[in-house]
Design a protein around this ligand. Structure first.
Ligand code: DX5
Ligand code: ZN
Length: 218
């Protein structure tokens, strides 16, 4: 089973961004997770195209771009042209989710759909076979460093059941509040990709923290 760690650069030191990108390049991490926030869909603004362009020039691993923006259809081409390999939109931000997923894939990226903590996995029943990755938000999106919501384990199990029932190989990603105390249980219930921001970048030795997380989930 695929088990990956995706450090979120939201928690990196933006004054030393290249240094932190190189740390991830040389670590056991699998993906870069990039959080784009618009101050409308979520109450915070993070970074946009110029920063992603700069990151893409130095990052040598999969770029997993998480769009926390309204009307993401307007920017699908733009983010894929900038280097997004996985492009994730929010279920709650898409009136025509099926069309959005098709547009992401037609532009050459893997299509991800993120679910806020209050959004049921059952709502994906009719399009799960089209989705490459479901990102289960284990915090309310908008900020790093929040506490993990315990209901996430149950949500992962229910999504895993749906994925099996539909015989598809959609990946399950967990985003928010991931740390060494919940990583193992998350993969045991079915998670494939764990995003970790502050737990990695606020630690004394991020490279070792990533290696330890990988060990926890292997
Ligand atoms: C939250 C973002 C997350 C965030 C995770 O809205 O989507 O990716 O960076 O940060 P931590 O791991 O600190 O909860
Ligand atoms: Zn994220």
């Amino acid at each position: 089973m695929t088990r990956k760690i995706a450090p979120s650069l939201l928690a990196a030191d933006f004054a030393h961004l290249q240094r932190d990108i190189e740390m991830v390049n040389h670590s056991e991490a699998d993906w870069f997770h990039l959080d784009v926030m618009d101050g409308v869909f979520v109450p915070n603004i993070s970074f946009g195209m110029p920063v992603i362009k700069a990151i893409a020039q130095h990052a040598h691993k999969t770029l997993d771009v998480h769009l926390m923006i309204v009307d993401p259809d307007r920017y699908i081409n733009t983010f894929i042209d900038l280097g997004a390999n996985v492009l994730t939109v929010h279920y709650e931000a898409c009136a025509h989710l099926h069309r959005t997923i098709q547009a992401i894939k037609a532009n050459g990226a893997k299509a991800g759909v993120a679910l806020n903590p209050h959004t049921s996995v059952d709502l994906l029943e009719d399009c799960i076979t089209e989705i490459d990755l479901v990102c289960i938000m284990s915090v309310n999106p908008g900020f790093g460093g929040q506490s993990f919501i315990e209901n996430t384990y149950d949500k992962v199990s229910r999504l895993k059941t749906l994925i099996h029932k539909k015989n598809t190989n959609t990946l399950i990603q967990i985003d928010g509040g991931v740390h060494s105390g919940n990583a193992k249980r998350l993969v045991e219930v079915g998670a494939n990709v764990l995003v970790a921001g502050s737990f990695v970048f606020n630690s004394e030795n991020p490279t070792v923290t990533i290696a330890n997380l990988k060990k926890e989930i292997s």
